[in-house]
Each structure stands twice: as structure tokens, then as C-alpha cells.
Design a protein around this ligand. Structure first.
Ligand code: SF4
Length: 297
């Protein structure tokens, strides 16, 4: 029997051959991969501007293959080339894995290439070609799981790479069975690779701070887009989500205050946009966010 999708194009898509359909789960992945093409409405993504150049078409194609629920449709992109562009370099030694999984609500995963062993932060969809390209970049020594929501498929990564999995003990659950290392607080995983316990979104939420530059923040903290993805504050600033705080908002505020003591220049989250504001902007952006978090607590 032929499967027929009941999803329809959202009416707010810009006219043209590309559209997002009503199957979208608003994970934000397409807006990270192709921000010029995909915009943010109340509960979904939409095509805000049709891709008009070869580069934009390529990025739109990357978003199409990365979408966890196949809600993006369009013509003219070389999807084989788009798929082969993941892992996508976003900073020195940092790659976006794309290929989000519906089982993690489309959470982004990141590969950090290190001379003493690569770290994969959270779990991408286990697409064989992606796994081959990760192998070509040196494979994975450590799979760092930021929090319990985004761990589905960790066993497949462990089987593919023989990596050791790390997460916080407070987020241990049936789905984490097989994880080799449970942490009970901050921990240095390797020189320049520090796991920070930041409870709030979940009790065991952690972030990974690499070389005092890159913070892989899970769902604790993200860059704020035009709508804010459930956070207030200036566009281009940092955001957090009161309505998606599953454990304790006041605890999350205290965790945010702890981050004031840590230097970083960029944030790569599970959901929401990356933030690349730089070291100088970090303190004021965090302070604005903390002030807003206190207001809504
Ligand atoms: S990647 Fe897919 S599911 Fe996620 S926001 Fe975009 S269209 Fe929606």
C-alpha cells in the first residue's frame, strides 16, 4: 500500500517551489542549517524566502535532509551533495552533524575533533553515510549526553564507534541503559574538555566546555532568534525556556549564574540557535538572560 502524507503546506510559506508542511515539529534544525530560507512562526518553521542562489539552494537542501520528520519539500537542490555536507564545519574543530532524529525532538548534535580523541555531543540520526564521514574525521572516543531527553540512539553510536558514553547520574533512566560513565558533578573529561553540571532543565543537565571557548549547552541555554523560542530578550542574545523547564526553574537560574564564572565565546545548543557573540558579549548577555529568568520565576 502506498503511504500518503496528510501534511499540507503551511500557508505562510513564501510562494515558490520550497515549502514546510504541517508535519513540522518546530525543532528549529532547518533555521540553524539554512537561516536565510527558513523562518520561525508560533509553532512551526516556514519558508520565509525562497532560496535564490546556488549556495542558498545547497543550504536549503541540507535542511531538507536534516529535518527529522521530512517536513521540508523543494526542488533544484542536489540532495546527495547536501547530505554529504554533514558533518558541517561551524568553528575550528567543531562540526554540526545535521540529520536530526525525531526521537530526540530534532535535537542538534555536534562533533568536536580533538587530537586526543573526538567527542560527539548528543545523538544524530544514525545515517550510515554520516557515520562513515564521522569515521573519516577520526571517529568518536566519547559520546557526551547533555541530558536525558536527547539520548535516544546512544546505543547505536556506541556500537558504531566503540565510544564510551558519559552523562550525569541524576538523569539515569531506563533509556540510558548501557551508558558506561555516570558523573555526579563537574568533571574534566580530557585536557581542555570540561563537563559542567547545570541542573534546571533536567536534574542532570550538563554542558561541555571545550578549550574555554565552545559551550555545548544541551537545552539549558541557546541563542535567541526573532521569536525567542520560548525566551524573552534581545534578538541575538542568549535564551532559555521556562515552559520547557522539566525540573526546577530556580535551579536553572542558579546554574545560569554559575556560568558567569566560565569563559566561552560561542554556544552550541541541542535546541534553539547557536550563539556566537564572543567573549566580550558573554557576561552582559548572560546577565540580561538571568534578569529575565528572575522576572518570570
Ligand atoms: S527541521 Fe523540520 S521539523 Fe524541524 S523546524 Fe524545520 S521543518 Fe520543522
Amino acid at each position: 500500500m502506498r503511504w500518503v502524507s496528510r501534511a499540507k503546506p503551511w500557508p505562510d510559506n513564501a510562494p515558490g517551489t520550497w515549502h514546510v508542511d504541517t508535519g513540522c515539529i518546530d525543532c528549529g534544525c532547518c533555521r540553524v542549517v539554512a537561516p536565510s530560507t527558513f523562518g520561525e512562526a508560533d509553532d512551526h518553521a516556514f519558508v520565509r524566502e525562497q532560496p535564490s542562489s546556488p549556495e542558498l539552494l545547497h543550504r536549503a537542501g541540507m535542511a531538507l535532509v536534516a529535518c527529522p520528520v521530512h517536513a521540508i519539500h523543494g526542488e533544484g537542490a542536489d540532495l546527495r551533495a547536501a547530505a554529504a555536507s554533514f558533518p558541517d564545519p561551524v568553528a575550528p574543530g567543531v562540526y554540526a552533524c545535521g540529520f536530526a532524529s525525531a526521537a530526540t525532538f530534532g535535537a542538534s548534535s555536534w562533533l568536536v575533533v580533538r587530537p586526543d580523541g573526538n567527542v560527539l555531543v548528543d545523538v544524530p540520526r544514525p545515517v550510515p553515510a554520516l557515520l562513515d564521514r564521522i569515521r573519516a574525521l577520526g571517529g568518536v572516543r566519547t559520546l557526551f549526553l547533555t541530558h536525558r531527553d536527547d539520548i535516544d540512539g546512544h546505543d547505536k553510536m556506541a556500537a558504531a564507534f566503540g565510544c564510551e558514553r558519559v552523562m550525569h547520574a541524576a538523569d539515569r533512566c531506563a533509556a540510558s541503559e548501557g551508558v558506561e560513565h555516570y558523573l555526579d558533578g563537574d568533571s574534566t573529561l580530557a585536557p581542555g574538555v570540561d563537563a559542567l553540571h547545570l541542573p534546571g532543565h533536567t536534574q542532570g543537565s550538563m554542558a561541555l566546555l571545550v578549550d574555554g571557548s565552545y559551550l555545548f549547552s544541551g537545552d539549558h541555554l541557546w541563542g535567541r532568534g526573532p521569536r525567542g523560542w520560548v525566551a524573552e530578550g534581545a534578538e541575538g542574545g542568549l535564551g532559555a525556556g521556562r515552559s520547557v523547564c522539566w525540573y526546577d526553574w530556580r535551579e536553572q537560574i542558579r546554574s545560569m549564574e554559575r556560568l558567569l564564572d566560565h569563559d566561552f565565546a560561542a554556544v552550541y545548543p541541542g535546541h534553539g540557535r547557536p550563539w556566537t557573540g564572543g567573549r566580550e558579549a558573554r557576561q552582559p548577555a548572560l546577565q540580561r538572560l538571568i534578569a529575565w529568568m528572575r522576572e518570570v520565576s
